[in-house]
Design a protein around this ligand. Structure first.
Ligand code: TMP
Length: 236
């Protein structure tokens, strides 16, 4: 498939048109951003790592019954994906309290939650991706109806069950993650965007070491080494 003009550039990826209207190409970037892109960084090879990690995880999820936009990996940092009408909701699933949950509600850092918490954030840079409830999502017309919101929650929880057990076997704790969904040609909801250490938090089960973008957010160093370690555990 031929790569055509740039359709959209996000913080972590560029999306290109192809000569087939049903498919796009996602190119993963080496840039890192945090806190609404007020903090910027660059890590050579990060894009390739996220492309490989995302490809592995999309395949794992597909095998376990989650529909995704993933078609195939094309190169080190390029992925062929199905075109989808993106839903402007960031679905965050949390197993352990940290990050904005700790800040917003004062739940102690590292506390294991009694059940997986699913949250919706409105994907809107100008508004700084605010936390929203179901009614906000409907009023903003981000989702068609309540059934669609329930489907996002169901898929978020299901993805959590699959990934949590996969990473647990590899001595990594899946602390929380963010996923995004779109509607395919038939209107079916499919998992889109990426699943990588940019969008998940992983803690080493034995040492508690952070192996994700918090290393960049908190200036802990060794960002790429951490992403490489996550990939090593996925493919081992
Ligand atoms: P938070 O604790 O900052 O709300 O983040 C929750 C999870 O979502 C964490 O795994 C990081 C991920 N995330 C993103 O992928 N993109 C974002 O813009 C934010 C704020 C969080």
């Amino acid at each position: 498939m031929e790569k055509k003009e740039l359709l959209y550039e996000g913080k972590g990826k560029k999306i290109f048109l192809t000569d087939n209207d049903n498919f796009l190409i996602a190119e993963f970037k080496d840039e890192l951003t945090a806190f609404d892109a007020t903090k910027k960084g660059f890590e050579k090879g990060k894009g390739a790592l996220n492309c490989q990690i995302s490809s592995e995880l999309f395949e794992l999820l597909e095998k376990n019954g989650i529909p995704t936009h993933f078609v195939k990996k094309l190169s080190d940092n390029e992925m062929l994906i199905k075109k989808a009408d993106m839903i402007a909701i960031e679905v965050v699933v949390r197993n352990i309290a940290t990050g904005s949950l700790t800040k917003r509600l004062g739940i102690p850092e590292g506390k294991k939650l009694p059940f997986a918490l699913v949250e919706f954030y409105y994907k809107n840079d100008e508004l700084h991706d605010p936390l929203i409830n179901d009614e906000h999502a409907l009023i903003l017309e981000l989702a068609k109806d309540e059934a669609e919101l329930e489907e996002l929650k169901r898929l978020g929880r299901e993805i959590n069950v699959i990934l949590k057990s996969f990473f647990d076997k590899r001595d990594l704790i899946l602390v929380d993650f963010k996923v995004e969904f779109g509607r395919d040609k038939e209107g079916k909801i499919i998992l889109a965007d990426e699943i990588s250490p940019d969008s998940c938090r992983f803690w080493d089960k034995k040492t508690g070491e952070k192996l994700d973008k918090d290393r960049f957010r908190q200036d802990l160093g060794n960002v790429k080494v951490a992403y490489e370690e996550v990939l090593r555990r996925i493919v081992e």
